[in-house]
Write a protein that binds this ligand. Structure first.
Ligand SMILES: [Zn+2]
Length: 257
């Protein structure tokens, strides 16, 4: 459909196929089957610190013959940045996934700064889970305005805010527009927020800031091929050039695929 291969830059897997307290199938085989069905050329798997899965991700990405890459999981409240180096040096990991609301720390917590510095120096991208849903972390710790501060403090740090920082999509739009180093991914939100301002704001972002919007599904929370179909319908009216950016080129650039 597009000349540029489609990249799904927001995927998860688990070694035993279970996905927390859901019925979703998070196996690698389910993922690759859905990527095949959707014609998805490449994928970026985001590691979760809770699952301690960096070794598993290194193994499956190594076996994927260049189809799958990963972001290493990291919990700054428990781990040191040095521990990431062997994974990032393998070439199979393109950055780091942070999940502040799962591990209950602010993205502005100074314990994360050594990672921001190392990532800036080495060109690692950091994908932040930026979804405002937590029983512990105050919501305003995840506002795009917080990430705007980090982007300005660490101007060489490549940052991606997952889920367009829903529900603050327009604030995320301005954070991405204001900072050359800040990008957004549109995973998870298309169906869940239908008939809400989130979807309208996502479409506005796609029309006006396609160079900063990265396609991803959030498999296994969403089926990879099905979410791609939804996104293609929503972004159907965009010029081909913008679609190419969103569905592949931006991920290739930011994650150096
Ligand atoms: Zn996710």
């Amino acid at each position: 459909m597009y000349n540029t291969p489609v990249v799904d830059a927001h995927l998860h897997v688990s070694e035993d196929g279970r996905w927390f307290d859901t019925k979703y199938n998070a196996t690698l085989s389910a993922l690759t089957e859905q990527m095949d069905m959707g014609g998805i050329a490449k994928g970026v798997i985001l590691g979760l610190a809770q699952l301690e899965q960096n070794d598993y991700l290194r193994k499956i990405c190594g076996e994927s013959k260049g189809r799958l890459f990963a972001l290493a999981s990291f919990d700054p409240t428990k781990q040191a940045v040095d521990g990431l180096t062997p994974y990032l040096d393998s070439g199979l990991f393109k950055g780091v996934k942070l999940h502040p609301r799962r591990e209950n720390y602010s993205p502005m917590d100074e314990r994360v700064f050594p990672l921001y510095e190392t990532a800036s120096k080495n060109g690692w991208a950091i994908n932040f889970d930026a979804f405002a849903h937590s029983t512990r972390l105050p919501m305003d710790e995840l506002r795009p305005a917080v990430f705007d501060r980090i982007a300005k403090k660490f101007p060489e740090l490549k940052m991606v805010l997952s889920h367009c920082a829903a529900p603050w999509v327009m604030e995320a739009f301005f954070a991405a527009k204001s900072n050359p180093n800040l990008y957004l991914d549109c995973s998870f939100i298309i169906e869940r927020f239908r008939n809400s301002s989130v979807l309208m704001d996502l479409l506005y972002t796609a029309r006006h800031l396609d160079a900063k919007l990265i396609y991803g599904s959030d498999f296994p929370e969403e089926q990879a091929h099905r979410y791609l179909s939804l996104a293609r319908v929503e972004f159907n009216e965009l010029p081909e050039e913008k679609k190419r950016n969103i569905f592949g080129l931006n991920a290739i650039k930011v994650y150096r695929l």
